[in-house]
Design a protein around this ligand. Sequence first.
Ligand code: FE2
Length: 424
Amino acid sequence: MDFVVRNASLPDGRTGIDIAVQDGRIAALGPALGVQGAREIDAGGDLASPPFVDAHFHMDSTLSYGMPRVNASGTLLEGIALWGELKPQLVQDALVERALQYSDWAVARGLLAIRTHVDVCDERLLAVEALLEVKRRVAPYIDLQLVAFPQDGLLRSPGAFDNLKRAIGMGVDVVGGIPHFERTMAQGAESVRLLCEFAAGQGLRVDMHCDETDDPLSRHIETLAYETWRLGMQGRVAGSHLTSMHSMDNYYVSKLLPLMRESGVAAIANPLINITLQGRHDTYPKRRGMTRVPELLAAGIDVAFGHDCVMDPWYGLGSGDMLEVAHMGLHVAQMTGQDAMRACFEAVTSTPARILGLEGYGLEPGCHADFVLLDAATPVEAIRLRAARRLVVRRGKVVAEAPPARPVLHLPGRPASVDFRIGR
Ligand code: FE2
């Protein structure tokens, strides 16, 4: 074998597992495998997980914080206006460079698949060209999936639909939208219908920014679910954000959840950004704004967590750490039970992998040899510690390494260092 990891724990609770890698694939996986590796690593009981997956990101704006100024109000709408100021000043080389730098951060964090929305409301499609170039360049180490995103509104922004179609023709993978930003509810619903029909005709997936508002009457998710069902696109459509669901009437939600389940529409929450941007017009009590994650999960609907933004007009923090995203999602959704915490880990690994339709993802024989060895024994411990990525492996090769966190102590009569893991 090219590579064997000994004595790993897995997210499903199995322990003492060896993982044998040959030719970039997992050749065998099980307890005490009788094989030799050209390289062998002792996991020492640490958690080997499939790579982190970010279901929702904006790579065209990442690492642009402060350009040309910071978002003073902290609102979504000022962020969109600020991005509108920055867009005409974008230069392709600088955009590519920022995206490549973020990709380096992602790999260091074990984040090896990202779905990024790319704004198509710029006639030049400069960001589309730039991110297609980035997608080619990072392909050996990151699966980058692009969504054609009409940031300024499909119907509201002149030429947006033509630009979106051009972007798809250039190689963008997924059809996006932003119905709550159209001029009227009716136009929002019309944009959903047009985009879903276009995607169905092209055989493409759909992922819309949908109802990213505190307005409980923003119900475009209903139309998105209906169009998904009508066009037979079950399992290929996601609604991102869905923050209006936080504020909706409970009776209405009791009808909406089964409709979403029937349609096979997935939900993508963005905890760091939703908790930051929503509720900005409230005094007190102030809404959290994140969509109803536990209720969606209980209804059998796939829910992933996305990072959404890192150092851009909407958010001035972040470093590509999906464990930080899971940590925030867990808190905002009050998902503190053991099963619920494990579901938060799945929301940044296996669930988004399913939403993106990643081929060969997982820790089973035959899957790509892509995994992360974490400085933690379980998914819950990994979230608690935002654990160091001891090893990041892509197609059987180590692409990043980090030392475990063991601060040195200088206290008489106490241990020389601290290990935050329980029972070690
Ligand atoms: Fe977004």
